[in-house]
Design a protein around this ligand. Sequence first.
Ligand SMILES: NC(=O)c1ccc[n+]([C@@H]2O[C@H](COP(=O)([O-])OP(=O)(O)OC[C@H]3O[C@@H](n4cnc5c(N)ncnc54)[C@H](O)[C@@H]3O)[C@@H](O)[C@H]2O)c1
Length: 337
Amino acid sequence: MKITGKSCLVTGGAGFIGSHLVDVLIKYCCKVRVLDNFINGKPDNISHHFGNENFQLLRGSVTDPVDVQRAVQGIDVIFHLACLGVRHSIAHPFENHRVNSEGSLLVSDASYRAGVERFIYCSSSEVYGTAQYVPMPESHPTNPCTVYGAGKLAGEAYTRAYHRTYGMATVIVRPFNTYGPRSHHEGDAGEMIPKSIVRALNGEPIMVFGDGLQTRDFTYVVDTARSLVIAAENDSMIGQTLNIGSDVEISMKDLAYKIAEMVGNPKTEILFTPNRPGDVFRLFADTKKFMGLCDWEPQVSFDEGLAMTVGFFRNHPLGIEALMEGESGRNWEEVNK
Ligand SMILES: NC(=O)c1ccc[n+]([C@@H]2O[C@H](COP(=O)([O-])OP(=O)(O)OC[C@H]3O[C@@H](n4cnc5c(N)ncnc54)[C@H](O)[C@@H]3O)[C@@H](O)[C@H]2O)c1
């Protein structure tokens, strides 16, 4: 199936990865509809498409059957990305479950009833829990540590059920960690790379949780967005579950020093603080299955991507001091009280 000219729905399309996916789809001359309730999504992420006749924004929730029904009408391809994040799930397990798992069931069901051509479920490496061995293929046991990981896994199971029971053409993509411009530094959506960049740019210590020996496999956001489009186009991926990663494993400690250097302030203090609850110790993807089915490979190296991410925050229209106000340190705690 060629994506060019297709009508696509991106749930969570005003978010970090979703908005980059929208950019890629618009380049492919798709008609793109976004369903987002802006709980973490930002108008600025997609405002460059306002006024484009191929772009439509629906403000609504994936937990509301009426919103979802409206969103899937006339759509060929669904990219389901809307979610609440891993840190959010620590203090708000039921709300997190309702969006990530029940919302996914609602979107799967409506997509099936609307007769869509493809349903792409954006899962997460958090479904694995910590690595029992590396690199981690799709057959690695799924043992999520958090309600977020459990909810994403439930979403996968619903997606698989709609493929097996009703024959819906689905693909489950499991991106490992993703970073880049528009990533969240703020509140309980904030992640290590953007939080650390904002702190270092402000001359504040970079916070490392635990001993910093935890590792992650980071993919640049445009590479992740491209992988989702390939998953929709490639017929041999129907019914499959596929990892996305970059073959780069880095510890949080090394990452902290790297970021300090990248922002031009290598003397930035690295502050070691107690561990995060539910933190996965090691994640490192085996991407042979996905790469064996298509010619995708990451186009942006970690150093290039990190430099572009630093540039995004350094030149942010709000200014780095204002960004620091949204950075909440141990962001599963105070922001949720
Ligand atoms: N960022 C990563 O490192 C990463 C890694 C693996 C997988 N993922 C997956 O990628 C997808 C996108 O994640 P992201 O990092 O862009 O997060 P994000 O928070 O930037 O995007 C999620 C979007 O969903 C929206 N949303 C939340 N609840 C909603 C609801 N009830 N109805 C409609 N919209 C709602 C938010 O406003 C936001 O715009 C998620 O499914 C996530 O599990 C992300």
